[in-house]
Design a protein around this ligand. Structure first.
Ligand SMILES: NC(=O)c1ccc[n+]([C@@H]2O[C@H](COP(=O)([O-])OP(=O)(O)OC[C@H]3O[C@@H](n4cnc5c(N)ncnc54)[C@H](OP(=O)(O)O)[C@@H]3O)[C@@H](O)[C@H]2O)c1
Length: 316
């Protein structure tokens, strides 16, 4: 019997990594087995992954030696960082560097780096249409990931660069769901005007990553962008009205108004939405749902995701 190839998965108890572990477990004859990386192997989430057949090991992205041990003997590594846990682009870049060096040292044959666009290639710091944040970023949680791409190449790691997109799950967990207005009607507020918002069910990202690993090393050196669907704000609101059975109105506000909301990360997200809006064509073209569907045939559209998750969306 051929031995299964190990895919070491950073963030395995989270959205992206968890989706990948579950995609591997759902395909027992696929030739791969997941090694789930967590900081604490004793949690319920970690134990649930073990029950799916994953090997569960401890490592921390801030501890390079622990990553090296976790990647040892693995064919593949799924590398993701956790910007919102610390909101420091510099820390995110350092963590990407640690993963790249650990993957090289462990002899990983195929890494996937979960990245985003360095928006400064479209909006240089001198461009005043959106504020520069933290001294040298336009969209810090995007720019840091894009800036870190070269760390994988420089380290000599065979890498596929996976451009993810907006999680539909943000409507559940990130406070972006519809909110009741003074008139009692639910409103979806986004600074997107008429532009399309490429998005994806976070669970489907792992399925796409699994598709990339299954295809073999043909994707090494390539950048692959994924989304499940590309609805406008108005189309999202219309889909919610249909699926939730309650009217949801789209409120298009300005990016300035969004940035002024004042919650931690509001400026970063305001710039992000403005980037989506102002560079709609490039952003949508880089994340073709057909590409994602070829990698992951069970990819969900927005409305499919909504139908499955409607009871989880808080309606305030
Ligand atoms: N929200 C969106 O729309 C969106 C869209 C595209 C990209 N992203 C990006 O996605 C990234 C986050 O990925 P995710 O959503 O899959 O994360 P997540 O669901 O928040 O999961 C994070 C998991 O990573 C682990 N983790 C946290 N800090 C760690 C550390 N120092 N070392 C090792 N493991 C650690 C935690 O596991 P343990 O506690 O078990 O260790 C946790 O379960 C962010 O960088 C974000 O910018 C988000």
């Amino acid at each position: 019997m051929t031995e299964k190839k190990i895919i070491a998965v950073v963030g395995a108890t989270g959205a992206q990594g968890g989706g990948l572990v579950r995609a591997i477990a759902a395909d027992p004859s696929g030739g791969f087995v997941a090694r789930a990386i967590t900081r604490d192997v004793g949690t319920d989430k970690a134990k649930a992954l073990a029950r799916l057949g994953a090997e569960v090991v401890a490592a921390d992205v801030d501890d390079e030696a622990s990553l090296r041990r976790a990647f040892e003997g693995a064919h593949g590594a799924y590398c993701v960082t956790f910007f919102w846990a610390h909101m420091s682009p510099e820390k995110e870049i350092a963590e990407a560097g640690a993963m790249a060096r650990a993957a090289k040292a462990a002899g990983v044959r195929h890494a996937i780096w979960s990245t985003l666009d360095d928006t400064r290639q479209w909006v240089p710091l001198s461009d005043s249409r959106m504020p520069t944040l933290m001294g040298k970023y336009k969209v810090p949680h995007f720019d840091a990931k894009g800036e870190a791409n070269h760390l994988f190449t420089d380290a000599g790691v065979p890498t596929t660069f996976l451009l993810t997109s907006f999680y539909w799950d943000n409507l559940i967990h990130f406070g972006m769901g519809p909110k009741k207005g003074p008139d009692g009607v639910l409103g979806l507020t986004l600074p997107m005007g008429e532009a399309k918002l490429p998005g994806i069910a976070s669970e489907d990202i792992g399925g796409c990553a699994y598709g990339i690993f299954k295809d073999g090393t043909q994707h090494v050196g390539r950048t692959i962008g994924i989304s499940g669907d590309q609805p406008t704000g108005a189309q999202m609101a219309a889909a919610m009205s249909r699926v939730l059975g309650r009217e949801v109105r789209y409120h298009a506000i300005t990016p300035d108004a969004y940035r002024a909301f004042g919650f931690p990360g509001a400026e970063d997200l305001g710039n992000m939405f403005q980037f989506y809006r102002d560079f709609e064509r490039d952003f949508c073209a880089s994340r073709d749902p057909a590409v994602a569907r070829a990698l992951n045939p069970s990819l969900q559209t927005f409305e499919q995701w909504l139908a499955r998750n409607k009871d989880r969306i808080p309606l305030e």
